[in-house]
Design a protein around this ligand. Structure first.
Ligand code: ADE
Length: 228
């Protein structure tokens, strides 16, 4: 899978995408991530990428030409399944969206800044708009890093234990069961006995029950938060 990320500040993405699982995914050739500096497509001697908004009002808007030209140059090389705009008013990211995107061959992510991008791009070029939550970040880069991480770990071969992504929380709308490691007793806080029993069936039953009760508890919490 190839992910091209267009950003005015690509440095913001370098660290999150160059360690641990994300780096391994790239080293193994399973995911290719390209950071594209939008300034390279900026207009004029100052490589301008933003301008005042028509109609007045505070805040700059990312101009249509640099983004459009950048996306066109990418599209000349290959076909993309999606051009995704990271924005707080997009569809809120969930596991189903990540699962779907992990099946794509090539996608483009646009990281917004300032007041956002010229709306004509959203109308004519962007095919998906994704938010990582109902709060506003200073730019789309951190949101893009979250999206890319959630997609990459689903690509077969990226995780060492090929089954472990299947047991992630939310993969089947269930929260993952609790996990423990050594020591068995820390300050009198002990590990559930069943996990030390070596009895596979009892362990998997216990994990399933824990998942169910945690999921139920979270759903109750969620609906009471919504009613507040
Ligand atoms: N850009 C700014 N805030 C964002 C958010 N919450 N999700 C995605 N992109 C964003």
């Amino acid at each position: 899978m190839r992910i091209d990320i267009i950003s005015a500040i690509p440095e913001l993405l370098e660290s999150p995408l160059s360690h641990s699982i994300m780096q391994r995914a790239q080293d193994k050739g399973l995911v290719e991530i390209n950071l594209i500096n939008l300034r390279n497509f900026g207009l004029g001697p100052h490589r301008q990428i933003d301008d005042y908004q028509y109609g007045g009002g505070a805040g700059m808007v990312m101009m249509i030409e640099p983004l459009f030209n950048c996306i066109e140059s990418l599209k000349k090389e290959r076909v993309y399944e999606h051009v995704i705009y990271m924005t707080p008013d997009g569809d809120v990211l969930n596991q189903a969206i990540s699962n779907k995107l992990s099946l794509c061959g090539n996608i483009i992510l646009i990281c917004g800044h300032y007041k956002g991008i010229d709306d004509r791009l959203r109308e004519h070029v962007v095919t998906m708009e994704i938010s990582i939550g109902e709060y506003v970040l200073s730019g789309g880069e951190l949101a893009a890093a979250v999206l890319v991480d959630s997609i990459a770990r689903l690509i077969p071969g990226v995780l060492n234990d090929s089954t472990s992504a299947l047991f992630d929380s939310f993969q089947d709308d269930m929260i993952a069961p609790p996990v423990y490691t050594r020591p068995e007793n820390f300050n009198g806080w002990t590990v559930p006995k069943v996990l030390l029993s070596g009895h596979d069936k009892n362990i998997s039953d216990w994990r399933y029950e824990q998942s169910q009760s945690r999921t139920l508890k979270r759903k109750k919490q969620f609906s009471s938060d919504q009613n507040e």
